[in-house]
Design a protein around this ligand. Structure first.
Ligand code: ADE
Length: 421
């Protein structure tokens, strides 16, 4: 008898398995952890519900947790990010109950989250905090089994810190996002490359010579701006935080308010974590043919309802992942992937080589949580430094990169204060 599931089509499983195997070639750290987990079974008997983007990389993580003895179920963390062939392979080949269909409506999205909660998890693994928030809002009866959790992304960590601040968070959660081996690589290089990949796959526009407006200058937006520039774009950054804005200027970008950038941009990409970053008055100021995408966790960064309210008639799907909105004077605005994270909805998400480190953090933090939860408070924790450093060390080793070691003389110098000019 097969495992419980709600996926698009189990007939896609063979292709999904091939793509999972392809991704695993680039995930040496996770592979190494899986081998140890296989022997040591540190998660034996642990029920783990994961709410993550259902991709080839997530499949590798789920298999690693399973190898460690965990009883894993997986639900999507976004209605548009699921890779249906991967969901099918997880069910058919790896016996991991999976609830995820690309394009599912909001009701189905939450039904799937409830299915993951029905698993009565001891550990939650979240990307965006929808699983944790649903548990705390409407399934408090299931909180008694949960000993701890992990959170993958900036947006989720912000939500969880707000819960901890309000005293409502009911169990400890490790902010995987905040590990150096996560955000410095996944957020910057992963989001940078995959976001441009999404824009290009959706539109096939040439970016050389185009004005690309990037909203925000956190780690994700820095990566997007850097890659847009690398493809020949003229980059404008919008920010609200002076230090970040200054950094954007000194990195060679133009910086200005969104309302000034709006008439100049050919392509707009938001990645700020806040709402209505592109609002009605910005859409109204855009030129004909402007392309608008979001790469932040939620589609709220764009006021899509506002765009629909000022557009004539219904939007027209002109290519997969491209909806055309026509303003009353005939100007057209092209919205990508319904404003969902364009890197996952129109491309394949971050490449495996960076997810290797992010998900190594997830696996090791799940293990840490099982070992230490009873000593932790109901709040948000940083990833332990030894986990972060160990992942960096293994990744370098796997890449065949060697580094220097301090000599005893150098070590002594670093701890002394007498020597000066
Ligand atoms: N978030 C961004 N890219 C991802 C990927 N490839 N898999 C899972 N989560 C992601």
């Amino acid at each position: 008898m097969g495992v419980d599931h709600d996926v698009k089509d189990l007939g896609l499983a063979a292709g999904g398995r091939l793509r999972i195997e392809w991704a695993e070639r680039e995930m040496p750290v996770l592979r190494m952890i899986r081998e140890r987990f296989q022997d040591e079974k540190p998660l034996r008997g642990v029920r783990l519900s994961a709410c993550l983007h259902v991709t080839t990389e997530t499949a590798s993580l789920a298999r690693t947790l399973q190898a460690g003895g965990a009883d894993v179920v997986l639900t999507a963390s976004n209605p548009l990010s699921t890779q249906d062939d991967v969901a099918a392979a997880l069910v058919s080949y790896y016996e991991i109950p999976t609830y995820a269909i690309k394009g599912e409506d909001n009701d189905t999205y939450y039904q799937h989250i409830h299915a993951a909660i029905d698993h009565r998890p001891n550990i939650t693994m979240d990307d965006g905090a929808d699983l944790v928030s649903t548990l705390h809002k409407s399934r408090t009866d299931e909180l008694t089994h949960v000993v701890g959790g992990t959170e993958e992304t900036t947006t989720g960590v912000i939500r969880l810190r707000a819960m901890a601040k309000d005293g409502v968070l009911q169990y400890p959660i490790i902010a995987v996002n905040d590990a150096m081996t996560k955000h410095l690589f996944d957020n910057r290089y992963g989001t940078g490359q995959s976001t441009l990949d999404g824009v290009i796959r959706a539109t096939n526009v040439l970016l050389a010579g185009k004005t690309v407006v990037v909203a925000g200058y956190g780690w994700c937006s820095r990566g997007i701006a850097m890659r847009a520039k690398g493809l020949g774009g003229n980059v404008i950054v919008t920010e609200v935080e002076p230090l970040r804005a200054l950094e954007a200027v000194m990195d060679g970008n133009r910086v200005m308010p969104m309302i000034e950038a709006a008439p100049m941009g050919d392509v707009f990409i938001t990645s700020t974590g806040d709402i209505n970053v592109i609002d009605i008055h910005h859409f109204e100021a855009m030129k004909d043919g402007a392309i608008v995408a979001n790469s932040g966790h939620f589609n709220v960064e764009l006021n899509i309802a506002g765009l629909a309210s000022i557009a004539k008639g219904e939007p027209r799907r002109v290519r997969p992942s491209v909806d055309e909105y026509v303003l009353p004077d005939g100007r057209r605005i092209f919205l990508l992937a319904e404003g969902r994270l364009v890197n996952l909805a129109a491309a394949e998400g971050h490449p495996s080589a960076v997810m290797d480190m992010s998900f190594a953090n997830q696996a090791l933090c799940a293990e840490y949580m099982i070992q230490h939860a009873r000593d932790l408070q109901r709040t948000v924790y940083e990833v332990p430094e030894q986990i972060d450093k160990e992942i960096a060390r293994i990744k370098l080793e796997a890449m065949g990169v060697q580094i220097d070691v301090l000599t005893p003389e150098q070590q002594k110098y670093l701890t002394s204060w007498e020597e000066g000019t």
